[in-house]
Design a protein around this ligand. Structure first.
Ligand SMILES: Cc1cc2nc3c(=O)[nH]c(=O)nc-3n(C[C@H](O)[C@H](O)[C@H](O)COP(=O)(O)OP(=O)(O)OC[C@H]3O[C@@H](n4cnc5c(N)ncnc54)[C@H](O)[C@@H]3O)c2cc1C
Length: 501
């Protein structure tokens, strides 16, 4: 049995803690914030409820496995609901596309209805290839520990496999090569934003994301996806995990270059045999760990990578109901290329006509009554920095957040959906708020952006160069988003069993 300290009670920290506890370890989670969940959260106010982080849940099998292996089925704890229809898309030219939640064939039929038969056939072709990509990468990469170049080598044994994955093809290029309709390119490009990345640099393998959605369905949790954080914490506690909130860790303490424990901001020292960090990897390597030759190489690799972008969030408590919406709604902007340029540059946000996403769950537990709606609006946005770092915006600039919020609502109105006179109250959460709440530098949602063929293999690995220190969560291997974070937690729980201390 080991004494394990987990830094952070995000989805990754809670999941690994529950798994480690059933293996007989003594686990303490130290969370800087006032609540569990990190980015995974449902905010409730005046009968309205909003998922302020994940609003789309895929591959629930990952969490089904966790819940079964730690005591009882996920469905005993949450009301898992398949979302149908899945997405309402409105392109800049006014074309509307209502997509089903599940079924590649059904999705292609909807695409055919909106964009024509050729688009439908081309989408099917790309999803067929994406299915092969998923088969090739799932077990050897996403569900296996990262092992430097050896991990990449596992994928390159057969020329036909390399051709399928297209390691040197970007997602955008895959779309341009495969689709005759630019609107379909825009649709595929959007999936790069699920990793906070630019589709012109992100690998073609991200086409697996729509494949997964359309094959395994998209899911909601009754009352809000953030409920998952609460039930994960309950499960961890039931297995004996202690969770302390308001407990920011200032540093990871080493003795003879191995883990000795952690020191909290208030000076308290907590001894540990193993430390698992769910905090952003950059925060871990640049702030929490002492400078040492062990971490030089990782710090150098991290400093050369782009961080993923952030999000500008508006929570709208609305009077009345809006017709024609789906659970997930996307209003594309007219110039996706300019939009992605802006996300990594310092152009003022307000000049843009951005793509706007709104999650509007038809969930009685998330609104006061049937005559109201809770809207979670998300616009991809440059990261926050108060010091003018390249590719960032100072989101604390007085008036900026309110002005940009008004701009987003005006843009939505210009695209046919004006909700301004129905707003009872609204709350804005900027990348600066996300940084404050989760200690993710700049409010990056997904750690490092996916950039180029090797980005998967350059992600911080779950086993660190410091003996006894492990990394879990969206900024480490295999990546961000609830499914990958859950897979990473499983790998770390296995790895600690093999750790020597
Ligand atoms: C706006 C938004 C929309 C998203 N949409 C989706 C979606 O639709 N679907 C999806 O699957 N994913 C989505 N995601 C991504 C998903 O939320 C994350 O990938 C996942 O929740 C990350 O979990 P985590 O455990 O890695 O980290 P986090 O949730 O960031 O948790 C890390 C925790 O560590 C704590 N911490 C950090 N430093 C310290 C310290 N020094 N001491 C103590 N505690 C510390 C933080 O306070 C935090 O609670 C979204 C995220 C955001 C922000």
């Amino acid at each position: 049995m080991s004494r394990i300290v987990v830094i952070g009670a995000g989805a990754g920290g809670l999941a690994v803690a529950a798994r480690a506890a059933v293996k007989g370890h003594q686990v303490l989670i130290l969370e800087q914030g006032s609540r569990v969940g990190g980015k995974l959260h449902t905010l409730r106010q005046d009968g309205f409820a909003f998922d302020t982080g994940p609003s789309l849940f895929t591959l629930p099998a990952v969490y089904r496995d966790l819940f079964l292996k730690t005591g009882a089925a996920l469905e005993d704890s949450v009301d898992l609901q398949e979302v149908e229809p899945g997405f309402f898309y409105r392109f800049a030219d006014g074309t509307e596309l209502l997509m089903p939640g599940v079924g590649v064939g059904r999705a292609s039929t909807s695409i055919g209805d909106a964009l024509g038969g050729q688009a439908a056939a081309e989408w099917l072709g790309v999803m067929r290839r994406a299915g092969q990509m998923w088969q090739l990468t799932r077990a050897p990469i996403l569900q296996s520990p990262l092992d430097g170049w050896r991990s990449a080598a596992r994928l390159t044994r057969k020329v036909s496999d390399v051709r399928t994955i297209g390691p040197f093809t970007s997602l955008h290029r895959l779309g341009r090569q495969s689709f005759s309709d630019p609107r379909l390119v825009t649709l595929l490009d959007r999936y790069a934003t699920y990793t906070g990345s630019d589709p012109r640099r992100a690998p073609a393998a991200l086409a697996t994301i729509p494949f997964i959605e359309q094959t395994f369905g998209i899911w909601h949790i009754g009352g809000g996806i953030g409920t998952l954080a609460t039930v994960l914490a309950d499960r961890a506690r039931e297995r004996g995990v202690e969770i302390r909130t308001h407990s920011p860790v200032a540093s990871i303490v080493l003795r003879d270059d191995s883990i000795a424990g952690v020191q909290l901001v208030d000076g308290e020292q907590v001894e540990a045999d193993l430390v698992i960090s769910d905090a952003d990897a950059q925060h871990v390597y640049s702030t929490l760990l002492p400078k040492s030759s062990l971490t030089t190489r990782v710090n150098r690799t991290l400093s050369k990578q782009d961080r993923s972008f952030s999000g500008f969030v508006m929570l709208l408590a609305l009077r009345g109901r809006t017709s024609g919406l789906a659970h997930h709604n996307v209003w594309f902007g007219p110039d996706p290329g300019a939009e992605f340029d802006q996300l990594f540059s310092r152009n003022p946000a307000a000049n843009l006509k951005p793509t706007i996403y709104a999650c509007v769950p038809d969930d009685p537990l998330m609104r006061p009554d049937a005559d109201h709606e809770s809207w979670f609006v998300l616009v991809n946005s440059p990261r926050h920095s108060a010091t003018g770092e390249a590719g960032t915006i100072n989101w604390r600039t007085p008036g900026l957040a309110d002005d940009y919020g008004a701009h987003v609502l005006a843009e939505l109105a210009a695209r046919g959906t004006d909700v301004r006179d129905r707003i009872l109250w609204q709350q804005i959460q900027t990348p600066a708020d996300l940084e404050h709440d989760t200690a993710a530098p700049g409010g990056s949602i997904y750690g490092m952006a996916s950039r180029g063929a090797m980005s998967t293999f350059r992600r911080p690995s779950n086993s660190s160069p410091v003996p006894g220190l492990f990394l879990v969560g969206g900024s480490a291997h295999p990546g961000g988003g609830l499914p990958l974070v859950g897979m990473g937690a499983e790998m770390v729980a296995e790895a600690i069993g093999r750790a020597k201390h």
